[in-house]
Design a protein around this ligand. Structure first.
Ligand SMILES: [Zn+2]
Length: 359
């Protein structure tokens, strides 16, 4: 090492140059922080080499240098601390091929969509075709065409949303009021109006009713079946239901028909399915009564033979053709299948991933 004296100002210039180089090296980000620390502040670093030169500065000037060195070291320390993480350096060619990949979160179809697809497939196998009809419709289709004239008390059950008609309604008596369809049965006369027979439709759509509590949501889904041809009987209806429940719920499930009343079917039935827990006996193996069902049966939904008035409203001669229809809730049917007991059905539409990812 030379013993020649050097001016303090020269050494300070060299120190500042070294600081700039060090900060640029850190910024380039090509090396991990620990390696940079050794390179820039270690015993073999340029900074350390320069600080050893302080002894060559004339004694009276040395005091100027101390604070500069302190400041430079602090700025380099700060820059190193700022990049101190375990992450690999940026912009480098460094690749650790043994690092496990990061799997992006994977979604799935909503359980209602899954149920709709499954129901559709089961009916398609026996010749039904899925169709779509309006969810916002003239009052005529869900009510009047189905044998429920204005002011008929049977309408009360449907808790319907009526919409403002934009502008003035025309003269057509079937196009006066607009509703959010409270059931998928609005598709019955619409399907008949297409004028093609026989009809084997499955109409799955959203329905709307003014109800919200733990067992009702203002929007829900129904599937509606309609079969119209010559000589269609209750035997066909029973056969289709048996096919559906065996496919959807399992081979040892059966249906029964209970007489009921609907305005748009005659005769009308409620369809029951035997309980999956006690298999229709009403009792468990240990003799205690089954808590899931009523005496071995659970209610699935409504059905019946299409009323002659409805056929006529759809332009079909009831003396030649007959048919059956049924309309069941998707949510309810799916819950019965999976055995899911929901304390609050509104969870289905709360978009809470913690709930949805269970299915
Ligand atoms: Zn039971």
């Amino acid at each position: 090492m030379s013993d020649e004296l050097i001016a303090a100002s020269n050494l300070i210039s060299l120190l500042i140059e070294a600081q700039e180089d060090a900060l640029a090296t850190i910024k380039a980000g090509n090396k991990p922080e620990s390696e940079l620390r050794l390179q820039l502040l270690g015993a073999k670093s340029e900074l350390t080499r320069l600080t050893r030169q302080i002894g060559r500065v004339p004694k009276e000037e040395r005091q100027k240098i101390g604070p500069v060195v302190t400041e430079i070291k602090r700025s380099i320390e700060d820059a190193l601390n700022a990049i101190a993480t375990d992450a690999p350096p940026k912009n480098s060619d460094w690749v650790d091929v043994t690092t496990p990949g990061i799997r992006p979160p994977e979604g799935h179809l909503h359980i209602v969509s899954q149920a709709i697809m499954e129901v559709t497939r089961i009916f398609e196998r026996i010749g039904f075709t899925r169709v779509r009809h309006p969810e916002v419709d003239w009052d005529w289709y869900p009510f009047e065409s189905l044998n429920m004239p204005a002011h008929h008390p049977a309408r009360d059950e449907w808790e319907t949303f009526f919409l403002e008609y934009p502008g003035k309604p025309g003269k057509d008596p079937h196009k006066q009021k607009i509703v959010l369809t409270p059931h998928t049965s609005n598709g019955q006369v619409r399907e008949m109006e297409k004028g093609k027979l026989p009809i084997r439709m499955i109409n799955i759509a959203k329905c709307y009713r003014r109800q919200i509590d733990v067992s009702h949501t203002p929007m829900f889904h129904q599937f509606e079946g309609l079969y119209i041809d010559k000589d269609v009987s209750i035997g066909h209806l029973k056969g289709v239901f048996d096919h559906f429940v065996k496919q959807f719920f399992g081979p040892n499930r059966e249906t029964r028909l209970r007489p009921f009343h609907f305005q748009f079917t005659e005769p009308s039935f409620e369809v029951d399915i035997n309980c999956g827990i006690c298999l229709g006996t009403g009792n468990l193996a240990n003799g205690s009564p089954c808590k899931l069902c009523k005496a071995g049966w659970l209610e699935l939904g409504g059905s019946g033979m299409v009323h002659p008035v409805v056929l006529r409203n759809g332009g079909i001669d009831p003396d030649i053709y007959s048919g059956f229809a049924f309309g069941w809730g998707i949510e309810r049917t799916y819950m019965m299948k999976s055995g899911t007991k929901l304390d609050d059905i509104r969870l289905l539409y709360s978009n809470d991933v913690r709930f949805l990812e269970q299915f």
